[in-house]
Design a protein around this ligand. Structure first.
Ligand code: HEM
Ligand code: HEM
Length: 186
């Protein structure tokens, strides 16, 4: 049996508190020194916003899958939120949904990256700030290591470390927190 080497939940709460704390300080610093940014209007803005919403949905699917994985591993938690007589049916429906999300993850992940890059480019590099640039870098990180996981490489360690770099939730926390502060700063 293959043992999971890292517990995806381990240390996630202290890490989130730390990221929010440091980001708040950086936000204050950047906000106080902020200069007016160029605005974009009309059709381009609308398309950019649609891409922003679509990217949000793709990321919600990606991390919704992670949450579903965690919930299904803890059957008792699911039992607590679903009444007993519905439990079996809900469990099999959730398993089917998870299987679908697992099958499509690569495509949803790659689509998310393309959508977010397009969103950022349409909004224009002149409006990017360090938070948003970090979000782009984190998405690129996820994409590069995601590819390592699916492309067959001769070096096995690349695959092993690729999984550690990719299949974790720390980048997810950073993407969420940095995107929130980044948009507040625009
Ligand atoms: C987690 C990833 C992201 C999501 C879900 C997201 C989503 C959105 C949404 C829904 C909007 C429209 C909101 C509004 O008009 O108030 C928006 C605006 C914007 N986004 Fe993003 N975005 C993400 C990442 C990025 C990145 C990486 C950049 C740039 C590098 C960026 C740059 C902008 C800019 C400049 C605006 C315009 C804000 C304004 O006019 O007030 N976004 N984003
Ligand atoms: C080129 C695109 C991508 C490919 C090929 C890819 C591939 C993979 C593979 C093979 C796994 C391990 C098996 C599995 O859990 O299904 C995985 C897990 C994971 N991926 Fe991706 N991925 C991609 C993009 C992304 C993106 C953009 C994100 C987030 C922004 C992401 C987040 C995750 C997470 C959080 C896991 C762990 C799921 C969990 O166990 O909770 N992936 N990915």
């Amino acid at each position: 049996m293959q043992n999971r080497q890292i517990n995806p939940k381990q240390g996630l709460i202290p890490f989130s508190i730390l990221v929010v704390g440091i980001s708040s300080l950086l936000f204050l610093y950047l906000y106080l020194g902020k200069e007016p940014t160029v605005e974009i209007h009309g059709f381009r803005k609308e398309v950019a916003e649609i891409f922003g919403m679509a990217g949000f949905c793709a990321l919600a699917l990606i991390y919704g899958r992670s949450i579903l994985k965690l919930i299904l591993n803890e059957g008792t938690f699911l039992q607590r939120i679903i009444p007993d007589d519905h439990y079996d049916r809900s469990l099999s429906a959730s398993r089917k949904l998870l299987a679908f999300l697992n099958r499509t993850h690569k495509h949803v992940g790659a689509t998310a990256i393309v959508i977010m890059a397009t969103h950022a480019l349409l909004m224009g590099p002149a409006r990017w700030n360090p938070f948003l640039i970090s979000v782009l870098c984190l998405l690129a990180w996820q994409g590069i290591f995601g590819i390592f996981l699916v492309v067959r490489f001769p070096i096995n360690t690349l695959k092993k470390h690729g999984r550690m770099a990719h299949a974790q939730l720390y980048t997810g926390v950073m993407i969420g927190v940095f995107a929130a502060f980044g948009h507040l700063l625009v």
